[in-house]
Design a protein around this ligand. Structure first.
Ligand code: UGA
Length: 437
């Protein structure tokens, strides 16, 4: 089958490479010529494990093509997948400008009965918007369907090859059949539902996981008032199969390009249909407040940041990615600098300097290091933000400064408190016993 994927962002590129690896002929389309030239050389515009190899293999076997030319790709494609960005405002309102632009560009090349499948995350009513936009743009009959994405950054290729389910939102049996055929080699249950349900299921999945994380975070805060250890509490409740022990560690709140955005959008959508007081508003507010609250509490613990050197370990929003969107580092580093600390950043892939996140007036106080050992060697405070394996498996005992007081903040409970204390650091996790302040 020949398909087009419009939008070569994270989801578009990974999906294009994986669908091509199934033997489909795939055109990845974007208006950004520079990005397309990189992709034609099998260079992903972001770091994602195993992606460069897959891009190389599928282009060598002639299954995958990247182009800016809609006129070549669209007429041959049985399915046109929309995977463009859908930015949203701080209030959660979704901007469909790029979806509209993609529809406008493809409309003149459509041939009858093609499927336009929306993979971008859009509110449920956006399906009607797409249908009416297409009817303004073309008289060529086509189908509109939704195929939401559930992959995670950092394991995107693996997740796309081993999905827990494939969700197809459509109204006609022939559309379900064609979209099922697209995913044919995958051994996952196929959930066939209506297009709005499919879009709602995308928001619901992310909002549920975000709620679960926030639940663990709130429990952790309570544990700090009574001496309980949240890890022990989570282990104890995890034996209930209705709860489970997966996806369940507390920290500084969720980040990245998906959870904060999707929860905000679901909250906005709820308000727009009259549910002024809704769970999603609250979850997102709690998440946004969390970083500042914890930072204030850590500041008390270390006796203020002013004049201290802080090694911030992990700048990306999670391991195995260079994505810093809504990463804790993007809030914490500028704040520490403002409060007079010197900050040494370390991440195996991500950098804050590339994205103008470090305020220019504080450039002198900030450095990024290529080696973890170099980043921590002069630090008074070690702030382990992200669970990159290279960080969690590091022997911090080897860099302990003998004779001086050093604090170790384990922002995701990835370390054994006793081990860190044995290395000679003062240890602080999240929700791991009473904090007397
Ligand atoms: C998330 C979902 O997990 C994917 O299923 C979904 O397809 C994707 O959003 C999307 O909408 O495109 P992702 O943002 O890549 O994927 O990352 P996650 O691994 O889910 O982590 C999200 C955030 O939650 C990170 O900041 C992570 O550190 C945090 N988190 C995760 C916790 O704080 N605690 C946990 O137990 C798990």
């Amino acid at each position: 089958m020949t398909i087009s994927i419009i939008g070569t962002g994270f989801v578009g590129v990974v999906s294009a490479a994986v669908f091509a690896s199934f033997g489909h002929t795939v055109y990845g389309i974007d208006i950004d010529e520079k990005k397309i030239r990189m992709l034609q050389k099998a260079q992903p515009p972001f770091y994602e494990p195993n992606l460069a190899e897959l891009l190389r293999e599928t282009q060598q076997s002639n299954q995958l093509h990247f182009t800016t030319d809609y006129s070549v790709a669209i007429p041959q494609s049985e399915i046109c997948i929309i995977a463009v960005g859908t930015p949203s405002g701080k209030d959660g309102s979704v901007d469909l400008t790029y979806v509209d632009a993609a529809l406008t560009s493809l409309a003149e090349y459509l041939v009858p009965n093609q499927i336009i499948a929306i993979k971008s995350t859009v509110p449920p009513h956006a399906v009607d918007h797409v249908k009416s936009k297409l009817s303004e743009l073309t008289k060529t009959p086509c189908y509109v369907a939704t195929i939401p994405e559930f992959l995670r950054e950092g394991s995107a290729v693996y997740d796309t090859l081993h999905p827990s389910r494939i969700v197809i939102g459509a109204d006609q049996p022939e559309v379900f059949a064609k979209l099922e055929q697209l995913h044919k080699p995958l051994a996952a249950p196929v959930i066939k539902i209506n297009p709005a349900s499919a879009q709602m299921s995308k928001y619901a999945a992310n909002a549920y996981l975000a709620t679960r994380i926030m639940f663990a975070n709130q429990l952790a805060d309570l544990c700090e008032t009574n001496g309980a250890d949240v890890q022990e509490v989570l282990t104890a409740i995890g034996y209930d199969p209705r709860i489970g022990s997966h996806y369940w560690y507390p920290g500084l709140g969720y980040g990245g390009s998906c959870f904060p955005k999707d929860v905000r959008e679901l909250a906005h959508y709820s308000r727009s249909v009259g549910a002024k007081h809704n769970l999603f508003n609250k979850i997102q507010d709690l998440n946004e407040e969390r970083l500042s609250q914890l930072l204030a509490s850590y500041s008390k613990w270390v006796g203020g940041w002013d004049g201290k050197t802080v090694a911030v370990l992990g700048l990306a929003f999670k391991p195995n990615t260079d994505d810093v969107r809504e990463a804790p580092s993007t809030h914490i580093v500028p704040e520490l600098l403002r409060q007079g600390a010197r900050v040494y950043g370390y991440d195996p892939e991500a950098s804050l300097l590339k994205f103008n996140i470090v305020p220019t007036e504080h450039f002198q106080q900030y450095r990024e290091f290529e080696s973890l050992a170099a980043a921590v060697q002069d630090a008074d405070i070690l702030l382990a933000l992200i669970e990159w394996p290279i960080i969690t498996s590091f022997d911090f005992g080897s860099v302990r400064k003998a004779g001086s007081k050093q604090w170790f903040i384990d922002a995701r409970n990835q370390f054994d408190p006793k081990q860190v204390q044995d290395w000679g650091f003062l240890y602080r996790g999240v929700g791991r016993g009473r904090i007397d302040q």
